[in-house]
Design a protein around this ligand. Structure first.
Ligand code: PEP
Ligand code: MG
Length: 882
């Protein structure tokens, strides 16, 4: 191995590491190096290497040189807390980069204002087999100038190091054979060993605010100094040595994750205890500053006993997954542990048992889908697809053929797939892994009996269900009418179960930590899923206040519902149409009950998914007609198929796409397969009365697409001999369409803004990305400016313009949208009564002023603050109606 030269990755003043205002860096707990006080906002590669760790917060990058030296570049101090704000990554984990290649840009001004320091440590990660021999510090550096020289550590030196404070991590790798052997001998329980070997396993949840990033990783590794045990941590389907800071970082552990610690060696028990203490922040770690950083002290040791919990944690903090307020009684819900015999009772018996269990699960899922909402059906569709997955079933049969039981085989194939999916580190794939685990539980439950454990749970009314984690199938099986709220020790806000609960109107808090599992059954609790807290032992007064608030909301809801059928007008008499988004006949019926004045978006995908051939013209026409009839003459806006590479349909083999969100989607797919579109147009034209239906095209990017579809529509009309024209509108959901809205309005009969996609494409944030969910706010001024532009173009051409994306269902957004010139909102049915009541209390002038101010803001948060302020202000003075 040769020496490694590092060049300056940033322009700025280079300074000794001791200057870093952070005990972990200054104390060299992560390794040796120096720090740069940057004068530019771009980070470049200091050497050739592979990027081995890039956290979601993008504030740090670790690369490994071809010889194995690991270099950590940590932009600023405490910048993990920015959660990625101000950083823009130009590379991805696993990529190989060359010296001087651009890695990351950052907003130096923002960091200067918000971070503890902008000083950027450049660290040779301890234990990667090199030592710093020369460094260029206490001077101004340009990018690319010499920074440090690293020299490989000779084996003899490393052996000595390994016994000292700094080098335990590599001890077993670097020591001579004899020492490794003696460990092995002890491992094997050799009577001649000096000490008994212990093997310990421990599962726990991580409550560090930002998960295990660079600094906690260093502190954990430091906590093991002085112990000889081999200690590993497993999480998210991966494993790393607990002594390896880089290894720990690459696990990607986030707050609320469960980890498993395993240790073997003579002091394994003590080593695990030290690690546990460091994780919980109860132990002062070695280093110049004995106090652990604040992050390690979040959630002090409150998780041990119920008594502790009551003493210290009357209020538990969680993450809001479904908003709302509930007062009720705690009921701990434990997932049944299903024991699975390994050995089967004959291949044909086990195969038919597997088939019986799958069939039982399938029937139950189909029943739940038939009775459920769109969200339920979508989640169940994913489960049904997996249940019949030929690879899963085939692998299970192979395992059964080797003599294993059906349950053992099913669990094994599921776990193998889960590990594979999780190793892909992709949010959506991780969701699929959760679906698989849910399916594992359902099939094992069905093998074990009838699997209806969840349904059999006795729940009193007003139950606040408390659980470590809940699977979608378990929630579906429970009596939702008795559940006032759900609290989870773990889980994430964008999980399937959270989406389901939100669709059912059940408030949910997740990531409350293990303390919530100690709340006794029957305890009166207040779940505030608007403030993000669970009150586990509320004072009488708090209970009364919460109950009063609930009562007030119920009464308000009842009043809104009673007034929901009235025509919607602002307080100064301006007509605003409130329509509904619909995805099935059941939802159309719910829309009418809730006062919808029409359907602004019928998502026709429901007819095309989960089947082997497309619905023919007659089937489509019958479905559209039944929805039109349910709407009893109200306008019905039928959107043509919005299918794409991320929602594959077997009879439409779309080409593989690396980035389906930017591929064949919406109208592009329809024009790529014109026969499908032609059939759909014919079916829509069959809806009677003639004037009720309108056609809406998704994902338009230019006027030519509209002209092509209009040409096809005219042809189909001629074929059908229909003289009455039908309105052809388009969705404004690409920035291109918004910017070209004037040209598009010239071609289309009406416009409807899809804020879900418009926001995703404007902010360049995947709408399904769990990490970005909090920042993906359609009230971002950039999105509002596009809406304003589209509205202005529509008015210029005398076209109606609606919003049918999620923003229309957000009451806080209604005044801004109206102020921007939107006079039709198409929302989810359940929110319509509230929207109509809210609109009845505002004036057009007030909305215009608010919209004007909103366009001048810099962030979605600032816009939201303005909207909330307006809605909480006393009612506006209403000028006399004209
Ligand atoms: C939108 O993008 O806002 C929209 C309504 O379409 P969908 O959510 O179906 O993509
Ligand atoms: Mg869309």
């Amino acid at each position: 191995m040769s020496n490694v030269i590092l060049v300056a990755p940033l322009a700025g003043w280079s300074t000794p590491l001791e200057e870093a205002p952070d005990a972990v860096f200054a104390g060299r707990m992560l390794g040796d190096g120096l720090a740069i006080d940057p004068i530019g906002g771009t980070l470049y590669a200091p050497c050739d290497g592979e990027l081995i760790a890039v956290p979601a917060s993008q504030h740090a990058i670790t690369l490994r040189t071809p010889d194995g030296a690991e270099i950590l570049l940590h932009v600023g101090i405490d910048t993990v807390a920015l959660g990625g704000e101000g950083f823009e990554l130009h590379v991805r984990q696993g990529q190989h980069v060359r010296t001087g290649e651009r890695l990351l840009s950052f907003d130096l001004d923002l960091l200067a204002r918000r971070a503890k320091s902008v000083l950027t440590p450049v660290i040779l990660v301890e234990g990667s087999g090199f030592t710093v021999t020369r460094r260029n510090q206490n001077r101004e550096l340009n990018v690319g100038e010499f920074l440090m020289e690293l020299m490989p550590v000779a084996n003899t030196v490393r052996t000595a190091d390994a016994r000292g404070a700094g080098g335990v991590r590599r001890a077993v790798v670097a020591v001579g054979e004899g020492e490794a052997c003696s460990l092995n001998a002890a491992d094997a329980g050799d009577a001649s060993g000096n000490s008994a070997v212990e093997a310990v396993g421990r599962r726990m949840s991580v409550f560090l605010e930002h998960g295990i990033h660079a600094r906690p990783a260093a502190l954990l590794a430091a906590a093991l100094k002085g112990f000889t045990a081999e200690v590993s941590i497993s999480a998210r389907g991966r494993q790393a040595s607990a002594r390896s800071t880089v290894g720990l970082m690459t696990l990607g552990v986030r707050k609320g994750d469960d980890i498993e610690i395993r240790a073997t060696g003579p002091d394994a028990v003590a080593a695990v205890a030290a690690l546990e203490e460091a994780l919980l922040g109860g132990r002062a770690v070695e280093g110049p500053e004995p106090r652990p950083p604040a992050q390690l002290r979040t959630r002090p040791a409150q998780i041990h006993t119920a008594a502790d919990t009551r003493a210290d944690t009357n209020v538990l903090q969680g993450i809001i997954a479904s908003r709302g307020l509930a007062v009720g009684y705690a009921l701990q819900f434990c997932r049944p542990q299903i024991r699975v015999p390994e050995t089967g009772a004959g291949v044909s018996h086990e195969n038919s048992e597997l088939d019986r269990a799958r069939a039982l699960v399938k029937t139950r899922l189909e029943q739940a889908a038939a009775a459920g909402s769109t969200a339920t059906r979508e989640i169940i569709a994913a489960h049904l697809q997996l249940l019949d997955d030929p690879a899963l079933v085939g692998d299970a049969r192979t395992t059964i053929a080797s003599g294993k039981s059906a349950g053992y085989a099913w669990r094994q194939v599921i776990r193998t797939s889960v590990d594979a999916l999780r190793s892909l580190e992709e949010g959506r794939m991780a969701e699929r892994a959760d679906d698989l685990l849910d399916l594992e539980a359902q099939v094992l439950g069905a093998l074990d009996g009838d699997g209806s454990t969840a349904a059999a749970l006795e729940m009193p009314a007003q139950t606040i269900l408390i659980t470590k984690e809940l699977l979608p199938s378990q929630l579906i099986a429970l009596d939702a009418a008795r559940i006032a709220g759900i609290c989870m020790a773990g889980g994430g806000p964008t999980s399937h179960v959270a989406i389901l609960a939100a669709a059912m109107g059940i408030p949910v808090l997740v990531a409350l930590g293990p303390a919530v599992l100690a709340v006794p059954d029957g305890a009166a609790v207040v779940l505030d899923a608007e403030g993000g807290v669970l009150r586990t032992t509320p004072e009488r007064e708090q209970m009364v206040l919460a109950e009063r608030e609930l009562e007030r909301r119920l009464q308000r809801r009842a009043a809104e519902q009673a007034a929901a059928q009235r025509e919607c007008r602002t307080a100064d008499g301006i007509r605003i149409e409130v329509f509904a988004n619909v995805g099935s006949l059941a939802e159309a019926e719910a829309a009418v009950r809730n006062g919808a004045e029409g359907c602004g978006l019928l998502r026709t995908e429901f007819l095309f998914l989960e089947r082997l051939s497309p619905p023919d013209e007659a089937e489509q026409a019958a479905q559209y007609q039944s929805i039109a009839t349910a709407l009893a003459g109200r306008p019905l806006t039928i959107r043509t198929l919005d299918i794409g590479g991320d929602k594959p349909i077997p009879y439409l083999p779309l080409p593989h796409e690396d980035n389906p969100a930017l591929g064949l989607r919406g109208v592009r797919t329809s024009l790529w397969n014109p026969d499908l579109l032609r059939t759909q147009l014919r079916a829509v034209l069959a809806v009677r009365p003639d004037e009720q239906a309108r056609i809406l095209l998704p994902m338009i990017t230019d006027p030519a697409e509209i002209r092509t579809v209009r040409g096809m529509l005219d042809e189909v009309r001629r074929e059908l001999g229909r003289a009455v024209p039908i309105e052809l509108g388009v969705m404004i959901e690409t920035p291109a369409a918004a910017v070209m809205a004037d040209r598009i309005a010239a071609e289309a009969d009406f416009l409807s803004i899809g804020t879900n996609d418009l926001t995703q494409y404007t902010l360049a944030m995947d709408r399904g990305h769990p990490e970005l969910a909090a920042r993906l706010d359609a009230l971002h001024p950039a999105v509002l400016r596009l809406i304003a532009r589209a509205a202005e173009a529509a008015h210029r051409y005398g076209r109606r313009i609606a919003v049918c994306g999620g923003l229309a269902s957000d009451p806080a957004a209604a005044p801004i949208l109206i102020g921007l010139g939107i006079h039709e909102l198409s929302a989810v049915p359940s929110v319509i009564p509230q929207l109509k009541a809210l609109i009845g209390g505002i004036t057009l002038q007030g909305c215009r002023e608010l919209a004007h101010e909103a366009l001048e803001q810099e962030t979605a948060d600032a816009v939201r603050a303005l909207a909330v302020k307006m809605l909480s202000a006393p009612p506006q003075a209403v000028p006399a109606h004209e």
